[in-house]
Design a protein around this ligand. Structure first.
Ligand SMILES: CC(=O)SCCNC(=O)CCNC(=O)[C@H](O)C(C)(C)COP(=O)(O)OP(=O)(O)OC[C@H]1O[C@@H](n2cnc3c(N)ncnc32)[C@H](O)[C@@H]1OP(=O)(O)O
Length: 427
């Protein structure tokens, strides 16, 4: 019998006819026990699952011994990523990555990634992005953890929040709305958030339909609650979506946990009001925050911040810089200065020596032959570029090398930001 490792594996974009096999492979690689396309699925489930898939950017691997069975999946789609200063860059968003357990560790992911990144570079995308299932997978492909996530669990009774609170004191108001309202109001609000939030990514129309249950991908659906915040002048400034369990604490009294699915706000006042709203719902004794920035305001909005227990602090958005010049020119800087960066890239996509002339309102960047000030990998450039980490910290870890005295301090003066980036979404 032919050893399995010697079978020929074809890695390529799938045809439209192969998409169902590709979706079945997704179920296998993500260890899903329910089949979203099985007998209990909604009739429209297949159409919904197929909607976001562009066959040209949906890669599969096929084994010649069973050519109709897809054994690996990979997909990318166009995305806009907000950078420091509020501009956006075109990103190649990578998702649905998986290799069947029978075909792992034979280079299938490596081949699919090489195919996709080459196409992204050719297309002119500035970066590739993804949310990593496990930390060790993507560094080898030039990705670096560029934004982190934090989740808190708030024990409401010890938070110190005034239980008599009945709404914002500044003339603003909070209203419960339905899914249709969210689909109408949410995209505009989110676009305003993206204009000021480094690390945020655009939400396609499908995101809003999925968040409001209009599209369910054949999975069980729990109807959430939605609340919006308007300022005293009537401007929409925030939106929270949350679910509640029905825990009654042994029948004595309600002990409900509210799980926040999404909370976005364009002002601190709206952010404060919406957290206060969720933490002051009768019966709710515990609030799970969902994915927030590591320096989120939440704990410190509570009179007793220790009522917010940090339950997750982890890498979240990974970024692979494909075009160093456009990436560095897209963002703004905290001060003025010139830095020569030696960027190494094992895949040969974006390495080189670059001279950055940074200023508060922008920058110029170009390849150079001057002596470098700092050297680092393209993966380590990502968290500096998006403002998530400091050059001093990466230098202490041995990942940034200072070639000219004072260069690390200068890099931090230029690149560091007053708030950390935040990607509110999973994709
Ligand atoms: C963006 C997203 O979609 S995240 C979701 C990622 N998918 C999953 O986690 C699903 C379960 N896991 C899998 O499907 C697979 O194991 C994958 C996709 C993670 C890896 O696919 P493979 O085809 O086995 O990877 P490939 O053979 O190309 O490995 C390349 C290198 O990465 C290493 N590697 C791959 N996966 C892992 C891992 N999970 N942990 C540590 N190292 C890993 C391999 O050992 C190999 O190292 P080497 O070059 O030193 O030999």
């Amino acid at each position: 019998m032919t050893p399995s490792s010697s079978r020929i594996l074809d890695v390529r974009p799938v045809t439209a006819a192969e998409l169902p096999a590709w979706l079945t492979a997704q179920k296998t690689v993500f260890l899903r026990t329910t089949d979203p396309l099985g007998a209990d699925a909604q009739p429209e489930a297949m159409a919904e699952r197929l909607e976001p898939l562009d066959p040209a950017r949906t890669l599969g691997a096929f084994d010649e011994a069973a050519p109709r069975r897809c054994v690996a999946t990979f997909r990318s789609f166009p995305q806009r990523l907000t950078v420091v200063g509020g501009a956006t860059v075109p990103a190649d968003a990578v998702t649905n990555v998986g290799v069947a357990p029978t075909h792992r560790r034979r280079g299938l992911l490596s081949r699919m990634m090489a195919h996709d990144l080459a196409a992204a570079k050719e297309r002119g995308d500035v970066v590739a992005t993804l949310i990593a299932a496990e930390y060790p997978i993507y560094g080898r492909f030039g990705f670096g953890p560029a934004a982190h996530t934090a989740e808190w669990t708030v024990e409401v009774p010890r938070s110190g929040l005034d239980p008599r609170w009945s709404g914002p004191e500044d003339g603003g108001r909070i209203d419960l709305v339905d899914g249709e309202d969210v689909r109408r109001l949410g995209p505009g609000l989110h676009a305003r958030l993206c204009a000021v939030q480094p690390g945020a990514v655009d939400r396609p129309d499908l995101w809003w339909r999925a968040a409001t249950g209009l599209v369910r991908f054949g999975r069980p659906w729990t109807e959430p609650f939605h609340a919006v915040h308007h300022s005293a002048s009537g401007e929409l400034q925030g939106l929270v979506t949350y679910t509640c369990d029905e825990e009654w604490g042994g029948g004595k009294q309600p002990q409900v946990t509210a799980q926040v699915r999404s909370l976005i706000a364009t002002t601190p006042a709206a952010e404060r009001a919406l957290w206060h709203h969720v933490c002051s719902i009768d019966w709710v004794t515990r609030v799970r925050s969902g994915h927030r920035a590591p320096d989120d305001l939440l704990p410190h909005l509570l009179p007793d911040p220790r009522a917010a227990r940090l339950t997750t602090l982890a890498d979240w958005l990974w970024v692979r810089i494909l075009d160093v010049v456009r990436a560095l020119e897209a963002r703004t800087y905290e001060s003025e200065g010139t830095l020569v960066l030696e960027v190494t890239d094992g895949d040969g996509l974006s390495g080189g020596r670059y001279r950055l002339e940074a200023a508060r309102d922008g920058a110029r960047c170009a390849p150079t032959t001057e002596d470098p000030d700092l050297s680092l990998t393209v993966g380590d450039l990502a968290p500096l570029w998006l403002g998530d980490d400091s050059a001093a910290r990466l230098a202490a870890l041995g990942r940034v090398r200072e070639q000219r005295e004072g260069a690390v301090r200068l890099a931090d003066a230029l690149l560091r930001t007053s708030r950390r980036p935040w990607c509110p979404d999973v994709f």
